[in-house]
Design a protein around this ligand. Structure first.
Ligand SMILES: Cc1cc2nc3c(=O)[nH]c(=O)nc-3n(C[C@H](O)[C@H](O)[C@H](O)COP(=O)(O)OP(=O)(O)OC[C@H]3O[C@@H](n4cnc5c(N)ncnc54)[C@H](O)[C@@H]3O)c2cc1C
Length: 386
């Protein structure tokens, strides 16, 4: 880490620990989106970290961007997700949208005025992301969208959605493309999914498209039944997103670790501090080994992306290791609090629930392992893009 990166990380740490930490429990308890946190993040320029300077962003690399996100995740995964998500769909638009689209939208994503969800998953197309049925049919200067999506994070509040749709009659990855659908288009409706386990201030949603018309200028990557370019082109950006899930998991694990370490230096049983008990010390040492291993994998994968040499298998490895590690470590840290850790009055209970989502979204652990195995045996997979 260079001096600038250290400063960036320290500033994010101060913000997270000084302002966001105290409020984190409230968003979960009241299932509220943290508007005031988003406002602060926008004010400080964190929503456009990885966006080019010409669109108002900082032009930072992914390593720098995720150093910030990691600090936020230590206290509140939800707030970390705001920065993460605001750096995902806009980056797809920045890489593949038309000049007009970029000029019109990107500065407004950076300022926080606009949000764009990723609407890819459908009821029958989860891990098999090429099984989508939502259709996009050209009609003159317009595109007509029909179909539905599920699990769309922030779909209830996003101003627009990056919709994966099938252009023309085709199957598999061929013919799939991406198109922006604004939330106020006639025929578009949203339904919030209830009963979520963690990160309760962010809603997942079902989206329904009933003859929704958008201008053809909203197409980001055009689908063509003759090839899979419209699907494959945005996929390369998911390398970073995938590692990003790993970094957020790393942050949650570190946050839990710090809380456990602090508690262990004050809590006494059998006339001894927990921090002096050999079995518990060993559990903490194991946790730190896991945390530091995840850090090395994630930041190596991000540094390679920044250097223009992305390693997709390493990205999957980093995601699997860090997200699975965080499940183990947060539970181990919760264990240090005994019965107290089981109650919502302490952050551990929330952290254990929150971190669960990261092994699912952005490609499950199992599909990432398929990617890794395909790399080992040199198989090009067209069926497990997530
Ligand atoms: C909190 C949350 C937020 C999400 N946000 C978004 C979002 O913003 N936008 C969006 O488009 N989607 C989103 N998703 C959807 C997410 O990407 C999918 O849930 C994920 O891809 C898995 O799909 P599925 O749930 O249909 O499970 P399935 O694909 O039905 O998988 C079920 C089980 O089978 C395993 N499995 C499936 N195929 C294989 C295989 N070939 N080999 C081995 N194991 C396999 C899976 O790992 C899993 O354990 C979100 C999901 C969650 C939980």
């Amino acid at each position: 880490m260079n001096d600038e990166q250290r400063q960036l990380r320290d500033a994010a740490r101060k913000l997270a620990q000084g302002e966001f930490r105290a409020r984190a429990a409230r968003w979960d308890r009241e299932e509220l989106f943290p508007e005031e946190n988003k406002h602060r993040l926008a004010e400080l320029g964190y929503l456009g970290l990885s966006m080019d300077r010409e669109y108002g962003g900082s032009g930072a690399g992914l390593v720098d961007t995720y150093l910030v996100i990691e600090e936020l995740a230590k206290v509140d995964l939800l707030t970390a997700m705001i920065v993460h998500d605001q750096n995902v769909s806009p980056r797809i638009i920045a890489n593949h949208g038309s000049i007009e689209m970029k000029r019109r939208l990107l500065p407004r994503f950076v300022s926080g005025e606009l949000e764009c969800s990723i609407a890819w998953t459908e009821p029958q197309a989860g891990s098999d992301g090429t099984a989508i049925r939502t259709s996009a049919v050209r009609d003159g200067d317009e595109v007509v969208i029909n179909g539905s999506k599920i699990f769309t994070t922030f779909g209830d509040r996003a101003d627009m959605h990056l919709v994966y749709a099938r252009f023309g009659k085709s199957s598999g990855a061929r013919g799939i493309g991406t198109v922006i659908v604004e939330c106020d288009r006639p025929g578009f409706t949203v339904k919030k999914l209830e009963g979520k386990m963690g990160v309760r201030g962010a809603a997942e949603n079902e989206l329904f498209f009933d003859n929704v018309r958008v201008p053809a200028a909203n197409i980001v990557t055009a689908g063509d039944p003759a090839n899979s370019a419209g699907f494959v082109r945005p996929l390369t950006l998911y390398n970073g997103t995938r590692v990003g899930m790993g970094v957020m998991a790393l942050g949650v694990a570190e946050g839990a670790f710090d809380l456990a370490r602090e508690y262990m230096t004050v809590r006494e049983q059998f006339g001894q501090k927990l921090a002096e008990m050999q079995g518990l010390r060993r559990m903490m040492a194991d946790a730190l080994i896991e945390i530091e291993s995840a850090r090395c994998l994630c930041y190596k994968a991000l540094a390679l992306i920044d250097a223009g040499r992305p390693d997709p298998a390493l990205c999957s490895i980093a995601k699997v290791f860090a997200t699975e590690m965080a499940q183990r470590v947060t539970v181990q840290c919760q264990q240090m609090f005994g019965g107290y850790g089981y109650f919502g009055s302490l952050p551990l209970e929330r952290m254990v629930r929150d971190v669960r989502m990261l092994t699912l979204t952005g490609g499950t652990t199992q599909t990432q392992k398929n990617n890794i195995a395909n790399h080992i045996f040199d198989i090009q997979s067209s069926r497990s893009p997530s």
